[in-house]
Ligand binder design. Structure first.
Ligand SMILES: CC(C)(COP(=O)(O)OP(=O)(O)OC[C@H]1O[C@@H](n2cnc3c(N)ncnc32)[C@H](O)[C@@H]1OP(=O)(O)O)[C@@H](O)C(=O)NCCC(=O)NCCS
Length: 171
């Protein structure tokens, strides 16, 4: 299925946005820290923001882990967010996070599409909070389908209900 569209045409931009993925470098981390610290983003993802210390520990760990695949999303040379893929017992997962000023422009969809060319494992899974309609939509635009539901209690003791989505070999 080819779902890629010209996002500049779709969103009516007067200049062509240049969206590319690249490896994460240390100087990106303060920007990624601020993006995950945003309360609206955190509520949307049902993922509590990390303190600076928690963030530094977590990122040192994932950047050193060869099974974790990480990319920065660069839009016209700016760090718009990141994508991540990691192994779980049930299979390989993907996740992503954009700075709020980059929302609503098709950037997550285009970035995830590019990332699916980097992370080639299938099936590939994603978990999304039930209220996170935008993220569910991004996944569905990229070919994922809802296969079930899950729930867990996050670090700040909120009960989170999720949809589980899967991208199959031939999707
Ligand atoms: C979720 C997130 C990645 C979306 O990024 P984005 O670049 O705005 O996404 P896109 O523009 O590519 O696509 C969003 C889609 O959701 C739709 N959408 C957005 N808000 C919506 C809502 N409240 N209800 C229904 N659809 C909604 C948009 O219209 C768009 O669909 P369309 O192209 O069919 O019109 C971004 O908001 C984010 O990083 N949020 C914080 C972190 C997070 O939630 N990460 C995901 C964890 S699973």
């Amino acid at each position: 299925m080819n779902i890629r569209k010209d996002i500049n045409a779709t969103y009516g931009y007067t200049h062509a946005m240049h969206i590319r993925l690249r490896p994460v470098i240390i100087s990106d981390l303060p920007i990624l820290f601020e993006q995950q610290a945003d309360p609206e983003s955190s509520a949307m993802a049902a993922f509590p923001s990390r303190t600076k210390e928690e963030f530094d520990t977590h990122w040192a760990k994932i950047m050193a882990d060869e099974t974790v695949i990480l990319r920065v999303i660069e839009v016209d040379g700016q760090v718009a967010g990141h994508l991540v893929s990691w192994e779980m017992r049930e299979g390989r997962e993907v996740g992503y996070w954009l700075g709020r000023e980059f929302w609503g422009k098709g950037i997550a969809t285009e970035s995830l599409n590019q990332f699916l060319g980097v992370v080639k494992t299938r099936p590939l899974f994603a978990h999304v909070a039930k209220h996170n309609t935008a993220s569910r939509r991004v996944l569905e635009k990229c070919g994922f389908t809802v296969i079930g539901e899950d729930k867990y209690t996050n670090r700040i003791k909120q009960k989170v209900e999720e949809f589980v989505l899967r991208l199959n070999e031939n999707d």
